[in-house]
Design a binder for this molecule. Structure first.
Ligand code: PMV
Length: 309
């Protein structure tokens, strides 16, 4: 008997980094998934098609979540855990959160624990904390709950209901980087300019609340302008770079309403909003230049799990 769970990945639409310091951020689950299969075994074995090398931090974080849950719920940690993912690591699309959420959900299913989504998120955060240091929890929340979510640490996340399905354009820069290092870089800016940073954090909250409103009203042009604004602010923090700025410019020149880095920056991915019907030609333009780009339809469901013989 094995338990399987699949969790979506995510894009942060607005408010990344500032969310770590208490701002509202807006994020959406996207259809690229991570899948975890767990079954009983004679010892703990973790394998992955993404996280390679026995000492990979994600594999160690997976083992830590297994041990933490086994202690809390008194089951044996001797398990086979197999991870596969459609999400490139270090791409700003929440590969680790989507894996950790699928992991805690699959363990809950295998041992009939019936964990609530809040508990699935709590256990996934043990792994996320080990990998990223001090994550806000937005990635795990969105990968577990799905949909489009307004999030700020310490309060209940709010689902943003769209009047109809929409498409976002996501393009990987091809550069991988560490979220932990990017978070530390931003904390350095906060230490150096505390009052300026407080103002930017407040403004980031305002941007996210406005972005949620525009998305609800289906005003993609307005949302695009906010993405451009948010990218400029993230650049002032030092989390963009020339490659990301060039990619943003390219997306705008291909006709997008707006574009910005998504996630921790320093590499990873860029998110854009395009006029309806133009998404496919924009993706072709990106692919022709060698980028891994795709259309992410939203909203998508959160984590799902089931048993198989
Ligand atoms: O790049 P990612 O997928 O690791 O996204 C991190 C988002 C941050 O806001 C930078 C950190 C966080 O935990 O909120």
């Amino acid at each position: 008997m094995k338990a399987i769970a699949e969790a979506p990945s995510k894009v942060i639409i607005t408010g990344e980094h500032f969310v770590v310091h208490g701002a509202w951020a807006l994020a959406a689950a996207i259809p690229r998934k991570s899948r975890v299969e767990v079954s009983k075994s004679d010892r703990l074995r973790v394998s992955s098609d993404r996280f390679r090398g026995a000492n990979h931090p994600a594999l160690r974080a997976i083992a830590r979540v297994v041990v933490a849950m086994s202690k809390e719920f008194s089951f044996s940690p001797s398990l086979t855990v197999a991870v596969s993912s459609q999400v490139p690591e270090g791409s700003g699309l929440g590969s680790s959160a989507s894996t950790m959420v699928a992991l805690s959900s699959s363990l809950s299913r295998l041992h009939s624990l019936r964990l609530s989504l809040d508990e699935v998120i709590r256990f996934s955060m043990i792994g996320e904390g080990q990998i990223h240091g001090r994550p806000s929890g937005i990635d795990s929340t969105v990968c577990a709950r799905g949909g489009v979510i307004l999030f700020t640490p310490g309060t209940s996340p709010k689902q943003v209901r769209l009047s109809r399905p929409r498409s976002l354009v996501v393009c990987h820069s091809g550069i991988t980087r560490s979220t932990r290092r990017q978070i530390n870089r931003v904390s350095g800016v906060k230490e150096m300019f505390p009052s300026l940073f407080a103002g930017l954090t407040e403004s980031a909250s305002e941007v996210s609340l406005m972005a949620a409103d525009l998305l609800k009203k289906d005003d993609m042009k307005g949302l695009g302008r906010l993405l451009n604004f948010n990218h400029a602010v993230l650049s002032t923090l030092g989390v963009s770079n020339r490659a990301l700025d060039r990619l943003v410019d390219l997306l705008l020149s291909l006709g997008c309403y707006g574009a910005k880095l998504t996630g921790a920056g320093g590499g990873g991915s860029v998110l854009a909003v395009a006029p309806e019907g133009k998404e496919k030609s924009i993706i072709s333009g990106l692919k022709a230049r060698g980028f891994d780009a795709f259309i992410a339809g939203i909203p998508v469901k959160g984590v799902e799990s089931w048993l198989e013989r």
